[in-house]
Design a protein around this ligand. Structure first.
Ligand code: HEC
Length: 154
């Protein structure tokens, strides 16, 4: 009889351990999805925030005359209609949108890491299209290089 009692106790210990472990992994899963959707966090108008992990994506493209002009060329094809000729977020197609296209002269954008901007350009959000499929990685980096120059200009 004592033996069965022991088995019952052991059984319940096993069940609780299982519940504990699975609830733990559930919680870490939740953390990962919230990381994935961190860009939807617009509380207090802090704007669009890339996941912290994006900050460590390193720009492999050096800032040269060539990469800047490649970026400029791409910008005039894919971005200016919303972000404007000079990057103030005032392009002809940007006016009717709920969330205005970003102004690349804004300190909020300038202060972000290249990796964060690259991540946003890649994944998009709302009216900002994702450029993951449309542009190669190299082209997306050339654009980031150009956005930096644009931010420095008047
Ligand atoms: C159809 C309009 C549209 C086009 C085209 C477009 N964007 Fe955007 N972009 C937006 C909007 C709107 C936002 C703001 C999204 C938000 O904050 O919810 C944005 C935001 C961004 C941001 C994030 C800035 C920040 O931190 O808030 C970057 C970077 C960006 N765009 C780069 C580009 C580049 C580079 C191109 C061209 C390859 C481009 N966009 C083309 C509409 C556009």
């Amino acid at each position: 009889m004592e033996k069965y009692k022991l088995y019952t106790v052991l059984f319940f210990c096993g069940v609780s351990l299982f519940v504990l472990l699975s609830s733990h992994s559930y919680r870490s899963f939740e953390l990962r999805t919230s990381d994935l959707y961190a860009h939807t966090d617009t509380v207090n108008n802090v704007g669009w925030i890339a996941p912290a992990s994006a900050d460590s994506i390193i720009n492999p493209i050096p800032v040269t005359k060539e990469s800047v002009s490649k970026g400029e060329e791409l910008y005039s094809m894919y971005c200016f209609s919303c972000h404007g000729d000079t990057g103030y977020g005032d392009g002809p197609a940007g006016g009717s949108m709920g969330v205005r296209p970003a102004n690349f002269h804004d300190q909020r954008v300038i202060k972000q890491k290249d990796g964060a901007l690259f991540w946003k350009l890649t994944n998009g959000k709302g009216n900002m299209p994702p450029f993951k499929e449309a542009l190669t990685e190299e082209q997306r980096w050339q654009l980031i290089v150009f956005l930096r120059e644009l931010g420095k200009s008047e």
